[in-house]
Design a protein around this ligand. Structure first.
Ligand SMILES: Cc1ncc(COP(=O)(O)O)c(C=O)c1O
Length: 413
C-alpha cells in the first residue's frame, strides 16, 4: 500500500557542488558555528516557557517505506507560536536590542536577558522600532520578541497572506502593513521604509550588505537541530534529513549543525520545495543563486519564496546533497496522514502546510525505486524530518484537513 499517490509529480536533482569533506568548511563556519550555537542556546533557554519540542517516531511511515526509522521534530507548539520560527526572529530581536543599548551608550556591556525581561531599559527600548517582511511565521516571531522585550514593531505582509495570519501577528501588538505583490516585494518595501524612518530590519533572508541579522536568525534555528539530535535514541545517527526550503535558512541551519556534530558520519541533507517556488532547486541546477519570478502560487505559504538567502546558499551549495520539488497535493495528503494517525501510529499530529514538504519528499522518493536508489534510502536509513509548523493558519488547516487542530488532537485513533 502506498502512503501517497505514486502519480504525484516529483523532481530530484543531485547537487553537483556538494563536497565530501567530513569537516565543515570555513565558508560555512563564517555563517554558523559552535560559538554562535552556544550563544543562541544560552539565550533562548532563558526565555519564559522554553522547552525542547517533541521528537516523534513515524513508525507507520518507516514500516511502509521499508526504512530503518523516520523521526519527526514537531515544532507545532514552540513557545505557543506554532512554528520553529519562534527561535530565529525573536533571537535576532534580542541580539539587536542588546547591541543597540550599548551603541547608544545606555549600557557599557550588553545587558542581561533578565534585565530586559524585567523592564530595566523599558524607556529606551520603546524608542527602537523593529520591522520585517513575512509570509506569516517569521513576522509572528519578530512581533512576539518585540513584545517580550518591549520595543516597537511594524510587520509587512504581501497580498496573499491570509487574514488569519495577519491577526496572529497583530495579536502580539505589532502594526501590520499589507503591500501589493509577493513576499519579495514586501521585503523590499520593509527595507525602503526602514531606511526612511530609522527602523531596524530583522529579516530572515540575507542580501548583499545585509548579513548580520539573518545570520542570528539562522543561528537561533540551530537549537532546534541540536535538540533533535539529542532526542534520537542512543546510537541512532540520522543518515538523511529532508528539509523544506523557503529562502533556505531552516535547511542551512540544520545542515550546518549536523555537519558540525556528526563530521564524517554526517547525514545526507535533502532540500525539498514546492514546485511553484523552487528557487533553491533552480539554484542547485544552475550552480549559483537564481531568482524565480511570478506568483509563487503554493499553499505552502512559508515556502513561497523566489530568492534564496545568500548566507543559506553558502551552507547549502556545498552542504546539501540533493534538491527536490513536490506539489501542494502531496503536502495536503501528508497533513491528513499526520492528522489521521496514519503516520505516527496511534498518535494524531497537527502539521501545517509548510511543515510537511520534507515528509512528502521522503515518501514520494521512498515509494519509487529509482529515487530510493538515487538517494541511498534503504532498510538501514534513519531519516529525520522537521515538522516546522502546526496549524498556524487555523482556518486553512480546517479546510484542508476536514477538521480543526483541536479536533485532531482530541481524537483517539
Ligand atoms: C513553517 C515553515 N517551514 C519552513 C520555512 C522555510 O524556512 P526558510 O525560509 O528559512 O527556508 C518557513 C519559512 O517561513 C516556515 O514558515
Amino acid at each position: 500500500m502506498s502512503l501517497l499517490n505514486t502519480d504525484y509529480p516529483v523532481q530530484l536533482t543531485h547537487n553537483g557542488q556538494a563536497v565530501e569533506a567530513a569537516e565543515i568548511g570555513a565558508r560555512q563556519l563564517a555563517v554558523l558555528n559552535p560559538d554562535g550555537f552556544a550563544c543562541a542556546r544560552d539565550e533562548i533557554s532563558q526565555w519564559p516557557g522554553y522547552k525542547p519540542s517533541p521528537l516523534y517516531e513515524l513508525d507507520a511511515v518507516s514500516r511502509t517505506l521499508g526504512v530503518g526509522g523516520v523521526w519527526y521534530k514537531d515544532e507545532s507548539e514552540r513557545f505557543g507560536l506554532g512554528s520553529f520560527k519562534a527561535l530565529g526572529g525573536a533571537y535576532a530581536v534580542v541580539r539587536l536590542l542588546k547591541r543597540e543599548l550599548v551603541s547608544r551608550g545606555i549600557c557599557n556591556n550588553e545587558p542581561s536577558t533578565q534585565a530586559l525581561l524585567d523592564g530595566v531599559y523599558r524607556g529606551h527600548l520603546r524608542e527602537i522600532v523593529i520591522t520585517c517582511a513575512t509570509d506569516g511565521n517569521h513576522g509572528r516571531s519578530v512581533a512576539w520578541g518585540c513584545q517580550l522585550f518591549g520595543c516597537g514593531c511594524v510587520i509587512y505582509i504581501h497580498a496573499t497572506v491570509s487574514e488569519g495570519r495577519r491577526k496572529a501577528i497583530a495579536a502580539y501588538g505589532a502594526d501590520v502593513v499589507r503591500v501589493p505583490g509577493n513576499y519579495d516585494d514586501a521585503v523590499r518595501q520593509a527595507a525602503k521604509d526602514a531606511a526612511e524612518l530609522g527602523r531596524f530590519v530583522v529579516s530572515d533572508t540575507s542580501y548583499p550588505g545585509y548579513m548580520a541579522v539573518p545570520r542570528d536568525v539562522m543561528q537561533g534555528y540551530t537549537l532546534m537541530a541540536e535538540e533533535a539530535f539529542n532526542q534520537l535514541p542512543k546510537g541512532i545517527i540520522p543518515t538523511h534529513i529532508f528539509l523544506q526550503g523557503g529562502v533556505g535558512g531552516l535547511a542551512a541551519a540544520v545542515t550546518a549543525q549536523a555537519w558540525i556534530r556528526y563530521g564524517h558520519q554526517r547525514p545526507r541533507c535533502v532540500v525539498v520545495e514546492p514546485d511553484q517556488a523552487a528557487c533553491l532547486y533552480e539554484s542547485a541546477n544552475r550552480g549559483e543563486p537564481v531568482v524565480v519570478h511570478g506568483e509563487l502560487d503554493t499553499l505552502m505559504a512559508g515556502l513561497a519564496c523566489g530568492e534564496v538567502s545568500l548566507l543559506a546558499w553558502d551552507v547549502l551549495s556545498e552542504g546539501a546533497s540533493d534538491f527536490m520539488t513536490v506539489t501542494d497535493d502531496a503536502a495536503v495528503d501528508c497533513m491528513r496522514l499526520m492528522a489521521d494517525g496514519r503516520a505516527c501510529h496511534h498518535h494524531p499530529l497537527v502539521a501545517g502546510e509548510s511543515a510537511v514538504a520534507g515528509m512528502a519528499g521522503l515518501i514520494l522518493a521512498g515509494q519509487r525505486d529509482e529515487l530510493r536508489n538515487a538517494l541511498g534510502l534503504n532498510a538501514d536509513s534513519q531519516v529525520l524530518l522537521i515538522g516546522s509548523e502546526g496549524a498556524t493558519d487555523p482556518e486553512l488547516y480546517t479546510q484542508l484537513v476536514g477538521r480543526s487542530a483541536e479536533a485532531v488532537l482530541g481524537e483517539t485513533v
